[in-house]
Write a new protein. Sequence first.
Length: 219
Amino acid sequence: MHQSNFRVVGFTERPALAELAQVAQSHKVPLVDDLGSGALVDLGDEPTAREALAQGADLVCFSGDKLLGGPQAGIVVGRAELVERLRRHPLQRALRADKLTLAALEGTLALYLDAPSAIPVLRMLRDDTGAVRARADRLAKLVGGDVEETVARAGGGALPLAELPSHACAVEEDLAARLRIGEPPVIGVVRDGRTLLDCRTLTDAEVDEVAAAVNAARG
């Protein structure tokens, strides 16, 4: 089981997946690797499903949301005969995904092939710092705020130690609560007496929308 949302540091040691695969093969039992977060492309120290299969896992489990960026779902890939055994199990009827989930998952996977930059989670993780700064500058001019260097984090569900250089637009602290309950809600971070609106999580098109929300909260 991969430590997708935590890390154990210090005097610790763990076997490599390839070593576990040798043990499993010698005892003729399948090796299941639960990756949790579901990275399909290289994202730092997060293993991909392809890598896990190449190192000897018979089945690999991961999430459809989180790093994959699709709908909330559980995905299993691996040896065809083992996947077929899972598909035929009576519990499959109770646990299978509905058609809307499958359609959303299909759309997400198609984007990986055709336009991976259109997947929000990948864009946020890979966005150039200069582009983030440009959005922060534009937002600050629209609302009369200040640009502040900050550190963005992927979150607790995956990449728990990852830190990304970022830029935020800083506005008044008392706007935080009003922005959260506005329409649309805008979630900021309160730090050192100011509300920080991290622009790594915004698209270029959303800057004007957030600016309007800030000005409405002041009114």
